[in-house]
Design a protein around this ligand. Structure first.
Ligand SMILES: [Fe+2]
Ligand SMILES: [Fe+2]
Length: 249
């Protein structure tokens, strides 16, 4: 994972969004921990820069559906066609694809914190021994959730974005429902939302495809890695109003 390259790509994609409040939103993002936060505490991309990588993965997964709708050399990324059984269900403007994919998990900004815990580290010269071999107890960092604004998950992302920039109804619905049926009591409402705005189902699928097929615990799976990468670092999570949401998805 090349975090610096991911930041550049994220910023370039967001450049394509031409909407009042976008610049203020970007200032918020740059001053938050969005570029350094993990995507989860221990599941997919539980590592520095994981949330940023996941957001880009969801964008790629979403665009992957567009690629299926066109011959490979005729992909028109200005408008993304979501097709089912060879018929177009919706035509999505690129700006909408960028917004819903890159910002769907903005609720995870200022949501995680790091704590230390003891862990057995196995090594040949460890001072202790058990069935696994020689080891030492060492302090290692791990992510925990510190939800300072318990407003939900998708709904919180919508709320946070709209503090700065207006969303269309379709975008609101897609981001609010991107976790799909994981909220069991809301299955009927989710199904209704999918029928009203097919983008709801498309973003949910892209989110699932990214976390199940593209991502491992600390990086993308090998076939989805950026081959030219080096490394990443630095973080400056500054204190802004928002914090929170759900650990996975
Ligand atoms: Fe997600
Ligand atoms: Fe999510």
């Amino acid at each position: 994972m090349n975090r610096e390259r991911n930041i550049k790509r994220f910023e370039e994609l967001m450049e394509q969004v031409d909407r009042p409040g976008k610049d203020a939103l970007m200032r918020y993002i740059r001053n938050s921990d969005f570029y350094t936060a993990p995507a989860s505490t221990k599941f997919h991309l539980s590592c520095e820069g994981g949330l940023l990588q996941h957001s880009l993965n969801v964008y790629d997964a979403l665009l992957g559906h567009a690629a299926m709708a066109y011959p490979p050399d005729e992909v028109d990324y200005e408008d993304i066609l979501y097709t089912v059984a060879y018929k177009t269900v919706i035509r999505i403007h690129k700006e909408t694809a960028v917004i819903v994919a890159l910002l769907h998990d903005i609720c995870k900004t200022n949501f995680y914190c790091t704590e230390m815990r003891n862990q057995k580290i196995y090594k040949p010269n460890g001072s202790k021994r058990d069935n696994g071999g020689r080891f030492d107890w060492e302090q290692v960092p791990f992510y925990t959730v510190n939800d300072k604004n318990p407003y939900g998950h998708g709904e919180k992302s919508v709320m946070m974005i709209e503090e700065f920039m207006k969303l269309s109804m379709e975008e609101r619905y897609a981001i609010r429902w991107h976790m799909g049926m994981s909220e069991v009591q809301n299955i009927n409402t989710f199904n209704q939302a999918c029928e009203k705005y097919p983008l709801v189902l498309l973003l949910h699928m892209a989110d699932q495809e990214a976390s199940h097929f593209m991502e491992d615990q600390t990086d993308n799976k090998e076939e989805y890695q950026d081959k030219e990468e080096t490394c990443c670092q630095d973080s400056d999570p500054s204190d802004t109003g928002f914090q929170e949401a759900e650990p996975i998805g």
